[in-house]
Ligand binder design. Sequence first.
Ligand code: PMP
Length: 353
Amino acid sequence: MSSYWNQRTQKLSPYIPGEQPRDGEFIKLNTNENPYPPSPKVIEAIKAAAADTMRLYPDPVCGELREAIAGRYGVTPEQVFVGNGSDEVLAFAFGAFFDQDILFPDITYSFYPVYAGLWDISFRSIPVSDDFSINYKDYLIPNGGIIFPNPNAPTGRSLPLEDIFAIASYQEKLGKVLIVDEAYAAFAAGRVSAVSSGGRHNLLTVHTLSKAFSLAGLRVGFAIGSEELIEGLNRVKDSFNSYTLDRLAQAGAAAAIRDSDYYEGITAKVIATRERVVATLIAQGFTVIPSEANFLFIQAPGKPGPEFLVALRERGILVRHFNKPRIADYLRVSIGTDEEMDAFLAACGEIGK
Ligand code: PMP
């Protein structure tokens, strides 16, 4: 604590991101990055953008990128907002749509309570079931707004679209917003996405290029929703920073969005690897929560989470542990290449004995 910090800063409890070690030190399965490189077209676009024009500010409304996203998702550019990673989009969304008494699951993305703290928004956490599934009926109670990821993080479990639309309809009657964070939706069966929103004006979906698009290093996220929600996000953004996405990010992201063939291919590979790893872990006696994301939430037989974490680290494998009630014995393991996952499975074989 410093006396130079204002009251607001003193009260903050910031998010702690997963470790980013130096290249090659570990098999890195701790931050849900994609193990495959971005499309070559993305690198070409970034190189082409790294030109004399860098002296000029970037397009403040990210027109080309928003058009590319709109084209791909079947919406208009006015229904698209882009930001510096979906974390920024989420931060703006909390500021734009939530006042007090919002709801999110007790086991979920740990940035949500941090944003609530930043904007001084009170929240209630709704317990997920013992099997970590979200029961949509638990959310049909008076509230000031709802947010959760689908698939949820760090469990990987997902909710059917009907349940999401049932919550959105309830929220519509309350005059409140539902935000569905679809960071991992590309890895879900049938690629379940609430983007269409069933025509509801109060449903915002948030997306990232960090996972399925292999661009965690570029920092690009976006939201899709009704024009009035997007205008709300723009009001917050333009009261904060006109140029949240630089020229390289805008060019690279637009190229990524346009190259769906490449990304379909690597997404299918990640899903196939996930299914193979799940089957092997279950056969070895591990508890594995059914995942529709690019990570698994697992428990080693008879081994507390922190010990499992250390045992993997000693074998050169980094994964994520959350020291929180209900999940302290679980580890979240990102899906790497087949080779990386073979090394992980070999380590688990030793540890699980
Ligand atoms: N939402 C969820 C559920 C996440 O797990 C993450 C990644 N930590 C994000 C959003 C943020 O991703 P990014 O800021 O890289 O787009």
